[in-house]
Ligand binder design. Sequence first.
Ligand code: ADP
Length: 535
Amino acid sequence: MTRLGDRVAVLHRRLLFAEEPDPVMVQTVFGALFLTDLLLRAAGGSPLALGSWPVAGLGLVIAVSAAAALVPWRAAAPWVVGALPVADIVALGCSRMDAGGGATGTLAVVPALWLGRQFGRRGALVVFLATTFLLAVPGLLYLGVTGANLTRTVLIPLVATWAALAISYAVDRVRAGIEVIEHQRRVSQAIFDTVDVGLLLLDRDGTYQGMNRRHAEFMRLAFPDGHQGRSGQLGAVYDATGTRELDTEEMPTHRASRGEEFEDVRIWVGRDPLTRRALSVSARRFEDDAGARAGASLAYKDVTDYMRALRVKDEFVASVSHELRTPLTSIVGYVQILLERDDLPADVVAQLEVVARNSGRLHRLVADLLETARTDHGSLPVVRQPTDLAAIVRECVEAAEPAAQRRGIELAHEAPRTLVLLADAERLRQVVDNLVSNGVKYTQAGGRVQVTLGIDANRAELCVADTGLGIAAADRERLFTRFFRSRHAEEHSIQGVGLGLSIAKSIVDSHGGRIEVESELGTGSVFRVRLPLGG
Ligand code: ADP
């Protein structure tokens, strides 16, 4: 049914509602109707002699149809095309010069619609004149004034002109509507092209539906050999480090075409180091009226300068911290040696302890910075060997005990005698140290920090729970990003730079583990680390 409906619509459009009416189509329809009229007349008992006017009219229709088919109308001036319907009206005039009369009045509507469609109100005027003087009046003169004949003579031009005017008004209105739509389309396209973000639209199957100019530039970098217009095509598209080519599953367009939504996925496009760009990609899917997935839109933001600045900063931080570490190590070492002497006056010892505490802090900070720069370049060295995590937990709790006591916090732990896993002992110590010292640091006097180690489904599970400040939901998402400090930590003037947890996460990740946090502001936090025993 819909198919049939579609076909009729297409036919209709080609007949009269295309940009230009198709002369061959309209003329063929008119010719067929004309012939039908003559045949029905003959069948109804009005034999038509070969030399009669109606048959002459048929000859004219055949000649006009042949002209419509053979003359290259598109190249001709528009008024030349207008000669065809006028000739059809003349043929109807001939057809009318017969006592039977036939359906000439009804058929006059076809050339009238044609002229009205093609030439608007001027066409309607031509219809009026042609139907009056070439069709109606000759018939009146030929057949004489009878009631029926007079009615036809008056009504045929009026109805035909009305049909021509109606279609010309309808076409004007449609044209005005199309102009508005076209104007809006141009405005939207201008906005689309002006924004400095690459925009791409995919349909449900991942076929490209449209993109703006900015995105076309990115496409030229990513697919110098051309693009097929379907999501997931591989090209010069690299991961966030700019070194590894993405596979199909990782391509943002492929992910978006499967209905995935994401934010700030970093990629590099282009092979040439001088012209390649770093992009931050976000995707959103959209639905149709019935709520089914209809496609996805992707935004590509150029973050090249930001990424390059980050790299320069990281390299700077790495080299500065590296330069600072050597002299600091010797300061820390020599202060320790001095403190081991027992011939120093008490006030000197007190001052040296201040130096030791602060140089120790500085040393840790520099080590953290160096570590962060290293993890950024994806080169966190991990040396796996059988490691007793239970022993590490005990040592870390012991090391944090003095601070906990000073602050009036109860620090308890529960761990099996040994828990051996294949891991980097030094790195795991860093993780446990950070979680335990954070627990103590972010808990007020009178609070409690509980460290628990156990095995759960072939994985070691370390849990550090405190009854401290807690972390707001909004902060929890950013907790493991570098240099992040919660507003509460800042408000309580608790010292720190926000690197410990990001380093802990890189270490846990590089061991194939997971780190999670549950927390409620004002109640406390639980940090949970799960590590595979096999490393
Ligand atoms: P630092 O402690 O040096 O600031 P971290 O990376 O270890 O850096 O921690 C990042 C932030 O996470 C802290 O600034 C603090 O806001 C929050 N945080 C970490 N651990 C806890 C905790 N146990 N309780 C409350 N907030 C915490």
